[in-house]
Design a binder for this molecule. Structure first.
Ligand SMILES: NC(=O)c1ccc[n+]([C@@H]2O[C@H](COP(=O)([O-])OP(=O)(O)OC[C@H]3O[C@@H](n4cnc5c(N)ncnc54)[C@H](O)[C@@H]3O)[C@@H](O)[C@H]2O)c1
Length: 506
């Protein structure tokens, strides 16, 4: 329970605690007035005055101090640290659970310390219902108001008759930017996402006429079937992303990253989907001293990378004359985006340099290829538009040969943008090391990255200066930490588990 405090930020939580306290007091006042009006109908003038005084004294002397229980219980229920990452019915349930616990504790303390002056019984039930509705309703209203205030994405109005591009995992770091770029290009976009980390990255798109969100799990056969209806192209980004996040729950990682991909391939083919773009990772090359290209042997050294290798294989084998899979092996992504991830090396190092004046690197000599999140989205767009003959059944490393860097070089670049930061070199057992050739995507599709590390680091620094990312340690920005704290995020049902078991085997 104390884990809830790990992520506590006074600046973010205090206004919300005060708002909840105000809601609780408003509910108490309304229910006490209700109790007064109800009981006053049976009383004469003097008794009515006595009742008024009793209720007033109860409110000021008893209720006021005891009401502090509410924000405290909400805090320990994660309402000020985690709940922003929850959405829809699940969020309402979490808030209701917090309210229920707080009311019970409040009544218990009320009984323990002021037995002589209890809240009138007629008011207790009304108070409980009002607090439940008030806390859930206020959050619902806030979400609606924020949605309404969001600016629609500029650009061409997408035609509702156009076949949508389905972005599975479209609410994530890459997906939320890709959706915007697709809409700007005049495409109609449908997102299937279980919103593991919340919907905050795509909230601004909800009112766009060309955008449709289907909140659902890519392991759920019914959700996938309805999402694929009438779709021409699929971009599959949904995954438990990162080595640590996959180790957190290996079973779920296998289901989401591999079994669900297999299932989606079958459903896509059955629905006449023409192009299926899959986000794989350059981490499939594992530890290697050679420059890796698409012909190099893969060497996955983590479950995450293994699920990518296995998914690539089934996807490419599924190619037919009418079904055209494309595999993109992405370099390590950096840049701010709409759901910035601070479990990625460049983003994390910049955040630490800015906030703590320290860049800690492990095994500074290891090579990694990098790519800005905006360039990833552009690369995917290019793959969607390219003639089928150039991309069907192909693997492309998505990045730019100029963006292979050692971690020591990354640290040096960060220090140039944030000169106050000190570099600390350490050693750890992480032996991932790969330099990657991106010639193929350049030669065949003309792809080149527009943004380098320098621009990305500067962009992140500016985001911190503007306070656009008030707390980079918020679990919403860290897959592994989020999953450790919130569990799987979305529960599966029995049918879904059986379907996944069927697709997990060979
Ligand atoms: N970011 C990188 O550095 C990087 C590098 C290489 C490859 N990739 C690949 O790119 C893709 C997107 O990565 P990202 O950085 O945007 O990750 P992300 O974690 O930000 O996004 C993943 C999205 O998938 C959704 N999702 C997870 N499980 C789901 C499920 N069962 N059903 C439906 N939706 C689900 C999440 O809610 C989230 O919106 C992933 O496949 C990842 O492996 C990313």
């Amino acid at each position: 329970m104390l884990e809830c405090l790990d992520n506590f930020s006074k600046k973010q939580a205090l206004p919300r605690m005060l708002a909840d306290l105000a809601i609780v007091h408003a509910c108490a006042v309304v229910s006490l007035i209700g109790a007064f009006l109800w009981e006053a109908t049976w009383l004469d003038g003097e008794a009515t005055i006595t009742l008024t005084r009793t209720l007033e004294s109860y409110y000021v002397l008893r209720f006021l101090p005891l009401s502090l229980v509410f924000p405290l219980v909400f805090l320990f229920n994660g309402l000020y640290t985690r709940s922003r990452a929850y959405v829809g019915r699940y969020k309402s349930l979490v808030v209701l659970r917090g309210s229920g616990t707080a009311i019970l504790l409040f009544l218990f303390l009320n009984f323990l310390f002021c037995r002589a002056e209890l809240m009138p019984r007629s008011a207790v039930l009304v108070f409980g219902v009002l607090v439940g509705c008030g806390t859930v309703g206020a959050r619902w209203l806030k979400t609606r108001l924020v949605d309404a205030a969001q600016e629609p994405v500029p650009g061409a109005r997408a035609s509702s008759e156009k076949m949508p591009v389905l972005v599975v995992g479209g609410a994530g770091y890459i997906g939320s930017l890709l959706c915007r770029k697709l809409l700007e290009a005049g495409e109609t976009v449908r997102v299937l996402d279980s919103l593991v980390y919340g919907d905050f990255a795509i909230r601004g798109l909800r009112r766009h006429p060309g955008f449709e969100l289907m909140a659902g799990d890519c392991r759920d056969i019914r959700s996938v079937v309805s999402a694929m209806r009438g779709v021409k192209s699929v971009v599959h980004l949904a995954a438990i992303v990162g080595d640590g996040a996959c180790e957190q729950d290996r079973h779920t990682a296998l289901e989401v990253n591999y079994a669900a991909t297999r299932m989606m391939i079958e459903i896509a083919k059955g629905n006449g989907v023409e192009r299926f773009v899959f986000a794989s990772s350059c981490s499939v090359y594992g530890a290697s001293d050679h420059l890796a290209d698409e012909h190099s042997a893969v060497n996955p050294i983590s479950l995450y990378a293994q699920t990518k290798v296995d998914s690539e294989k089934v996807l490419l084998e599924a190619r037919t004359a009418s079904f055209h899979p494309v595999v993109l092996r992405l370099a390590t992504v950096f840049g701010a985006g709409y759901r910035p991830r601070f479990d990625l090396v460049v983003n994390l190092l910049v955040a630490e340099a800015y906030h703590h004046r320290l860049v800690t690197i492990y095994n500074g000599g290891q090579w990694r290829p990098f790519i800005h999140v905006g360039d990833v989205a552009d690369g995917i767009l290019l793959t969607l538009k390219a003639p089928l003959g150039l991309v069907s059944g192909e693997i492309f490393n998505l990045g730019d040969s100029r963006l292979n860097h050692t971690l020591a070089e990354v640290a040096e670049k960060i220090r140039r943008v944030i000169p106050e930061a000190r570099i600390l070199n350490l050693d750890n057992p992480d032996r991932r090391n790969y330099r990657v050739s991106f010639r193929r995507i350049h030669d065949r599709l003309g792809f080149r990255c527009i943004l380098g590390l320098d621009e990305g680091i500067l962009e992140l620094r500016r985001s911190f200066e503007r306070n656009a990312i008030p707390d980079y340690t918020d679990v919403r920005y860290n897959n592994q930490k989020f999953l450790a704290l919130a569990g799987r995020g979305v529960e599966t049902n029995r049918v879904q588990s059986r379907v996944m078991a069927a697709f997990s085997g060979d």
